[in-house]
Design a protein around this ligand. Structure first.
Ligand SMILES: [Zn+2]
Length: 274
């Protein structure tokens, strides 16, 4: 039986990690701490406002009649523009230690138990999502595509793996992998390349948890299947009808060749095929 993972302790630890974010400001205009800006951005996810600005208004209303300061350990929350100015220079990798610690804490807690299947395995669904698009504003981390009118459109996408279970109406988010131009690569980055990087980075962790990778049609092509097999995962890649047989065959041929545990998975995969 693992220990209970408390949200207040986790938020406190996130605040502490943010205190070590690099501060790129020059001069004396340091009204806000970087950690306060970080917590201001982080708190958006608790009110689930679609608009950052709306969230800021709610935060102001709540302030004074709730203990928002206590919850987010931030007593001086900057405006949305100030938050952007303060955080834009900071790489998402600065949160790497936070993700690593939360992963370790999750493994030592009772949080994963309801997400394990009858054989103690965790199912990790991988998918990509776009969170920024503009034809005018862009940065060195943008991907781009040409529209029908010949104009370039810039965008940011990210691969967001989550632990899922059919009996749970929530998912457990794992460290995301950003789809962004990589050093030394001439071609643009893409969702599959980012997902492969994620697999490599998290191979040890998920192998120890008997991770099963779930993906949609995009992930059912052979190169990604091979990457999954190389890292020693069991895969369950759902494809559209045209690609279904190919990906299932890759999955089956590996599982047959590798382990008795995997043979049990064969049964599941064959059932899905029917
Ligand atoms: Zn950009």
């Amino acid at each position: 039986m693992g220990t209970e993972l408390r949200i207040s302790q986790m938020i406190e630890a996130v605040h502490k990690d943010m205190e070590s974010f690099p501060d790129h400001r020059r001069g004396r205009n340091i009204q806000y701490e970087i950690a306060d800006a970080g917590m201001g951005a982080f708190s958006v996810f608790f009110t689930q406002c679609a608009s950052f600005l709306e969230h800021q208004r709610e935060l102001k209303l709540l302030k004074g009649r709730s203990n928002m300061e206590g919850i987010f350990a931030a007593d001086n929350i900057p405006s949305d523009n100030q938050i952007r100015n303060l955080l834009d220079e900071i790489s998402p990798e600065a949160l790497g230690q936070t993700w690593a610690r939360i992963d370790t804490q999750m493994q030592g807690s009772n949080l994963l138990e309801p997400f394990s299947d009858s054989q103690g395995r965790l199912w990790v669904a991988i998918d990509g999502t776009e969170y920024f698009t503009s034809s005018q504003i862009h940065c060195e981390h943008c991907s781009h595509r040409e529209r029908n009118n010949g104009k370039l459109e810039y965008f940011h996408r990210v691969v967001t793996p989550v632990i899922v279970h059919s009996s749970q109406n929530q998912v457990l988010a794992l460290e995301p992998e950003f789809i962004s131009p990589q050093d030394g690569q001439e071609k643009q980055d893409c969702e599959i390349k980012a997902a492969k990087r994620w697999l490599e980075k998290h191979a040890g962790q998920l192998r120890s948890q008997n991770g099963i990778v779930l993906g949609d049609d995009l992930y059912s092509r052979e190169p990604f299947c091979q990457a999954v097999l190389k890292e020693g995962y069991i895969s369950c890649l759902c494809a559209s009808q045209n690609h279904m047989r190919c990906s299932m065959r890759v999955s089956l041929s590996w599982t047959k060749a590798n382990s008795s545990e995997a043979r049990q998975n064969d049964a599941g995969t064959e059932n899905m095929e029917k």
